[in-house]
Design a protein around this ligand. Structure first.
Ligand code: ADP
Ligand code: MG
Length: 240
């Protein structure tokens, strides 16, 4: 589904060069649920933004669903993004002046679906996240957990193959976070590949696989393994 080989990303500002990703290798197979962890500033968001075709990279190769992304022009990039990807952000990023129906409609308007098809997709997506009866409500009328469900519906309405989530539970209390995690697990079990950045060790441990990033690189310990952080932790003596 997603393969990066020796990917580099350098930010140049004023006199400073930041190597946000260096020699970054990852391979995510179709159907996987991968949690991405790592300290603040390690490159998690940079990785997700490049994976999501929101940002370009400086060197290396990136294949998304078999398509080589390197050197692709902006319009081809946008088309690929709209067709294959869905995004969920920590801050939900809903538009306050639009009701839930219209919020979910926003990305669909770029896809060239007619209004009947959009309506069908919006109703189905809001149904999948348990908010079918709230179509006419506005984001401010919902709890944080419900707002994140709307953002998930908005991502799902385009039938993405890959869902990218950057700290999707970062603004939620632990009970709401678990609810959102359960929803993501259900979506994954129905076939959508998920890449989720999280600080929450409990949620990361529930994913099928953990990728740990330090200093812009996938750490060797976790590279291409199927063990979760919790499984690793279980083998570290507590009195060490
Ligand atoms: P994380 O999400 O793991 O906290 P980021 O991917 O946001 O880390 O950042 C990785 C590194 O790249 C940090 O040193 C950060 O300061 C730097 N960085 C991120 N975005 C930019 C940018 N737009 N311009 C310059 N530096 C950036
Ligand atoms: Mg980040």
């Amino acid at each position: 589904m997603l393969k990066m080989n020796q990917l580099n990303k350098v930010y140049r500002t004023h006199m400073i060069e930041t190597h946000a990703l260096r020699g970054f290798d990852i391979h995510v197979k179709e159907g996987e649920f991968v949690a991405v962890t790592g300290p603040s500033g390690s490159g998690k968001t940079t990785f997700l933004n490049i994976a999501g075709l929101l940002e370009d990279f400086t060197g290396g190769d990136y294949f998304l669903d078999g398509v080589n992304v390197r050197g692709m022009d902006d319009s081809a990039r946008s088309r690929l993004r709209n067709e294959k990807l869905g995004f969920i952000f920590q801050g939900f990023n809903l538009i306050p002046d639009l009701n839930l129906f219209d919020n979910v409609d926003v990305p669909l308007r770029y896809r060239g679906f007619d209004s009947a098809e959009r309506k069908r997709r919006i109703e189905e997506a809001l149904g999948r996240v348990g908010l079918a009866s709230r179509q006419k409500h506005y984001p401010a009328e919902l709890s944080g957990g419900q707002q994140q469900r709307v953002a998930i519906a908005r991502a799902l309405a385009g039938s993405p193959k890959l869902l990218l989530a950057d700290e999707p539970t970062g603004n939620l209390d632990s009970q709401m976070a678990r609810g959102v995690m359960e929803l993501l697990e259900e979506i994954n079990s129905q076939g959508t590949t998920i890449l989720m950045v999280t600080h929450d060790a409990e949620l990361a441990a529930r994913a099928q696989r953990n990728v740990h990033i330090i200093d812009g690189q996938v750490t060797d310990l976790m590279r291409e393994t199927n063990i979760s952080l919790a499984a690793v932790a279980a083998h570290i003596p507590t009195n060490a």
